[in-house]
Design a binder for this molecule. Structure first.
Ligand SMILES: Cc1cc2nc3c(=O)[nH]c(=O)nc-3n(C[C@H](O)[C@H](O)[C@H](O)COP(=O)(O)OP(=O)(O)OC[C@H]3O[C@@H](n4cnc5c(N)ncnc54)[C@H](O)[C@@H]3O)c2cc1C
Length: 383
């Protein structure tokens, strides 16, 4: 592989570029903004920094958060002590750190918007406003709003969530997660260095309605909108049937991160999957392994995310014994230490969705209360 272009310098592109450049491949990263405050919570799970320690072992400012309050309508909240804390970054800082890694590894970082990519024989010709460049391979890391129509996921209307929020110049120590009636999504409050990222994501509601829901919540909580900065973006959330047909690769290109729709359809976690897919795409390019990128991703995490896509609606809008699933979750968290520990594992990313069924059989079969909990979880997991 002589020359690779990485289109987009977010987490997916920066990590792919670092690995390719470190192996001696001529690598050029194009990003129209370079490091920027991409609309995001900025939360990074234990699963992510355990696999990629450079996410925690660095001098970049970040919050290490050890408590989450999970709340559901008319049920109050339950506290989750995070034995494996969540890191929260401002995205400008995170992106800068990842781009610096790529640059130190030898990647050439260019601030430019890629306007188009055209196939010329077995190579690509890239166009920016000022120049053009011929490359052998394109790593497509242009995010959820990928403007390059011939490569990456073709999102249908149902395959995304609207996500919006405010950066608020106040502080709190813990994370808040708030479920709302009939919303396939949630509100979050993530503490960062110097401000909070407060936001809402949801499927099937327009941005205006979601913004009203969020502002009502902020008013109730006393979080001021005045002096806050508004943000909004699309969050990939592929429906189960659409994972199989997802356009992840083609002749001379592979899509990584949000450009490939690689986001957890339940939690909205995307940074880990961006980094993981960038890393795996680079590894396959370097090793010229026979396995295809799509099949490697499927084995690594897509099968689990696809399973999660089938659970998402039940988790957010399902019911059990006349209460909503989130209300039951909060109640069970208060009553069952074992359920609390399962929630901790889910939050840390160390419990995947596919293995939930086996985990239920092992963990919840003792007291009458746990048998009820088991029935609830079975209904959630198996439908
Ligand atoms: C509101 C919100 C909250 C979120 N919260 C979390 C969270 O707390 N934790 C979590 O894990 N995930 C979260 N996510 C998801 C996470 O932000 C994404 O999954 C992640 O940023 C994907 O990384 P990426 O590198 O694939 O894409 P991006 O971070 O979107 O990067 C794409 C890059 O490509 C560049 N680009 C695009 N087009 C071009 C072009 N034509 N030419 C040159 N450059 C281009 C852009 O400038 C951008 O820098 C959230 C998402 C949203 C919308």
């Amino acid at each position: 592989m002589k020359r690779v272009a990485v289109l987009g310098g977010g987490p997916a592109g920066a990590v792919a570029a670092a690995r390719l450049a470190a192996a001696g491949v001529e690598t050029v990263v194009f990003d129209e903004k370079l490091a920027w405050e991409k609309p995001c919570g900025g939360g990074i799970t234990f699963k992510a920094y355990d696999k990629y320690p450079f996410l925690i072992n660095n001098d970049t400012p970040k919050r290490v958060v050890t408590e989450t309050m999970i709340a559901a309508p008319e049920t109050g909240s339950a506290s989750l002590q995070l034995t494996k804390p969540l890191l929260v970054y401002a995205r400008r800082d995170l992106n800068q750190m990842l781009l610096d890694r790529a640059s130190h590894a030898g990647a050439n970082i260019e601030q430019a918007r890629v306007l188009g990519i055209d196939r010329e024989g077995s190579r690509w010709r890239l166009r920016t406003a000022k120049s053009q460049l011929d490359v052998d391979f394109c790593v497509v890391a242009t995010g959820a709003r990928n403007p390059l129509r011939n490569v990456g996921t073709q999102f249908t209307a149902e395959d995304s969530m609207t996500a919006l929020g405010y950066f608020v110049p106040t502080d709190q120590a813990h994370i808040d997660i708030q479920f709302l009636p009939d919303l396939e999504g949630y509100i979050w409050v993530f503490p960062r260095c110097g401000h909070l990222s407060v936001g809402i994501c949801g499927k099937g509601f327009n941005a205006q309605t979601l913004r009203k829901m969020l502002e009502r919540y902020m008013a109730e909580k006393g979080i001021p909108v005045k002096d806050a900065t508004f943000y909004g973006h699309m969050l990939p959330s592929l429906e189960k049937p659409n994972w199989k047909a997802n356009r992840l690769q083609g002749e001379g290109w592979a899509a990584v991160g949000d450009a490939g729709g690689l986001v957890d359809p339940i939690t909205g976690e995307g940074i880990y999957y961006a980094i993981r897919s960038g890393d795996l795409a680079a590894e396959l390019l370097l090793d010229r392994k026979e396995a295809t990128y799509a099949s490697v991703l499927r084995e690594d995490f897509i099968a689990d995310l696809e399973f999660g896509a089938a659970l998402a609606k039940r988790v957010y809008t399902g019911t059990f014994l006349f209460k909503s699933a989130p209300q039951r979750m909060v109640q069970f968290m208060r009553r069952s230490p074992r359920f609390l520990s399962l929630m901790q594992d889910l939050f840390a990313g160390t419990q995947n969705y596919i293995d939930l069924k086996d985990c239920l059989l092992r963990k919840f079969n003792g007291t009458l209360h746990e048998i009820m909990l088991n029935t609830f979880l079975r209904q959630m997991v198996t439908g």
